[in-house]
Design a protein. Structure first.
Length: 316
């Protein structure tokens, strides 16, 4: 465990900031709610300014509180990093890297990346947390992950970009699909077929909906899920699934699907980013992992998009 090097008021403040509730913070700290309230009041009095907006359903940081919380989170992470380095010198280092990613990378891409890195760095402890796009960013912001991998359509304040690559949305098809014989697919082509799409929080769905709106197109999806691992087994000819390339690279290599880019500009305007917390210095080992991850992304990006099979029966 990390020694509690922050003062009691600061620790209580951070816990209320995380949970948005005095009672939840007290439960996590194993103290009475009144004790947490006293420490928050003591801290606000010492600073001469309120740090929270008090609401009936909880506590929300104000501008001053947001600034203090961001500073303390970085300070706490730096303390933890130094302690791990000290333990390394004593031969008891954890050699830990905490990662977060969205679901499309979790089933195949990230396990391969993690195995390759561990084989090159025996003894490393690799943790992977899988969440929604907003959840992944929140893990970074709370200091619960060192590195994150996700699709991004707009800059996110408080996060530092370690690597960014173009990541268009693809139409994923069975090799015998009529559209598989085209090099590029239009949105108008795709909506003529049954669609499997992510929910409205998924970037591929957001960009597809934007392109449809610009062209006055409507569609009815037959399958909707925030998990690509649910949609992929459902894919049959003549279905069309929206996906990123890395999610289906293993299936393209196996010859069971092909991927075709969309012609419309909105579907090209997405970035795949490796992110860290702004102001946070990654350990040398974490920096090596970032480079390993970047190399894996580049390698996957050079792979082909699959070949159509003319006249082949639909896959079952």
């Amino acid at each position: 465990m990390t020694p509690p090097l922050l003062s009691i008021p600061m620790r209580h403040f951070l816990e209320v900031a995380r949970s948005g509730s005095v009672s939840q913070a007290a439960s996590r700290l194993f103290v009475a709610s009144s004790a947490v309230s006293r420490q928050i009041t003591k801290l606000e009095d010492s600073l001469g300014t309120p740090l929270f907006e008090r609401h009936a359903r909880g506590m929300a940081l104000n501008a001053a509180g947001e600034r203090l919380a961001a500073h303390l989170r970085n300070a706490q992470l730096d303390i933890e990093q130094v302690i791990e380095q000290v333990r390394d010198l004593g031969g008891r280092g954890a050699h830990r890297i905490r990662m977060a990613c969205t679901e499309g990378f979790a089933a195949h891409f990230m396990p391969q990346v993690m195995r390759g890195f561990e084989e090159a760095h025996p003894g490393t402890q690799l943790e992977l947390h899988v969440g929604s796009p907003d959840g992944v960013s929140a893990l970074l912001a709370r200091g619960e992950a060192d590195i994150a991998l996700k699709y991004v359509v707009a800059p996110e304040p408080g996060l530092r970009i370690e690597h960014s690559a173009n990541a268009p949305v693809f139409a994923v098809l069975r090799p015998d699909h009529p559209l598989a014989r085209q090099r590029v697919v239009s949105v108008a082509d795709a909506v003529r077929f049954p669609l499997a799409v992510g929910d409205k929080g998924v970037t591929a769905r957001q960009l597809f909906d934007q392109a449809c709106s610009l062209q006055g197109l409507q569609y009815r999806a037959i399958f909707v899920s925030n998990f690509s691992s649910v949609l992929l087994p459902l894919l049959r000819t003549p279905d069309v699934m929206l996906s990123g390339h890395l999610t289906v690279t293993h299936l393209i290599d196996a010859g069971t699907v092909v991927a075709r880019p969309f012609a419309e500009a909105p579907l090209q305007q997405r970035q795949l980013q490796v992110l860290a917390l702004e102001g946070r210095t990654l350990t040398p080992l974490a920096q090596e992992f970032v480079q390993h991850l970047v190399n894996a992304i580049a390698s996957a990006g050079r792979r082909k998009l699959g070949r159509a099979r003319s006249g082949a029966p639909a896959a079952g």
